[in-house]
Write a protein that binds this ligand. Structure first.
Ligand code: HEM
Length: 194
């Protein structure tokens, strides 16, 4: 046998690396299925969501007008679902049953309704606005930052950027009796619940 052929067999090439990595991945998937019945050792957060990975890789932060934001309301299945909270926009596409067209919080999608996150007056149409005039400043600050943290730290949602909010010149909504979310005070400690 020639010297060249011997050298080829002795050297460690790219194909060997691919084989080893492939084998390790296969073994990892096998054991993960064996122990957790999932291929990700039970993890199902945003780091295995292709939408989130693409967003992080492309640094795809948005700066939307309110009109642009309105397209992300879950009606077009090709677009993600966004909610706005006092200028900050979050991707909540992971929960179409909550924020999609027939979800119980469908009316929060595709807009910034910061006001309703404070008042909880879901039956009053004029509460679905970013207009915070007339509300207690401390209550508003607390509730807004609490809901922003909820979306930002949620294992399946993420911050995508900002919406440019127009100044509101219409009449201030009539006061309504505020309703806080059940477990409201707990959700500050545990960001996936409210
Ligand atoms: C300021 C008042 C409130 C606000 C802003 C609010 C907002 C929300 C939001 C944004 C979600 C979705 C959370 C997620 O993405 O996982 C949610 C879920 C939920 N809310 Fe509220 N909520 C309020 C009050 C209430 C009240 C008073 C009730 C019931 C008496 C209620 C019952 C529920 C239930 C059952 C869910 C879970 C839905 C599910 O996971 O399918 N909320 N709420």
């Amino acid at each position: 046998m020639s010297k060249t052929k011997n050298r080829d067999r002795d050297s460690f090439n790219v194909l060997d690396v691919v084989r080893i990595v492939g084998g390790l991945l296969l073994m990892n998937a096998f054991f993960s299925w064996w122990f957790t019945s999932t291929s990700t050792w039970g993890y199902d957060g945003k780091w295995i969501n292709t939408g989130y990975l693409q967003f992080r890789l492309t640094n795809g932060y948005v700066n939307l007008t309110q009109d642009e934001l309105s397209k992300y309301n879950g009606v077009n299945p090709k677009l993600p679902i966004y909610v706005g909270v006092n200028g900050s926009v979050y991707d909540v596409s992971a929960s179409p049953s909550i924020y999609g067209p027939s979800g119980m919080y469908a009316k929060l999608s595709g807009k910034d309704c910061a006001r309703i996150y404070i008042t909880g007056c879901f039956g009053k149409d004029d509460e679905y606005t970013h207009d915070l005039r007339g509300l207690d400043v401390e209550e508003a600050d607390n509730d807004i930052s609490s809901w922003q943290k909820f979306y930002e730290n949620h294992r399946k949602y993420w911050y995508v950027g900002q919406v440019q909010l127009q100044e509101v010149k219409t009449k201030i909504p009539e006061p309504c009796e505020h309703v806080k979310a059940p477990g409201y005070y707990d959700h500050k400690k545990s960001p996936n619940k409210h």
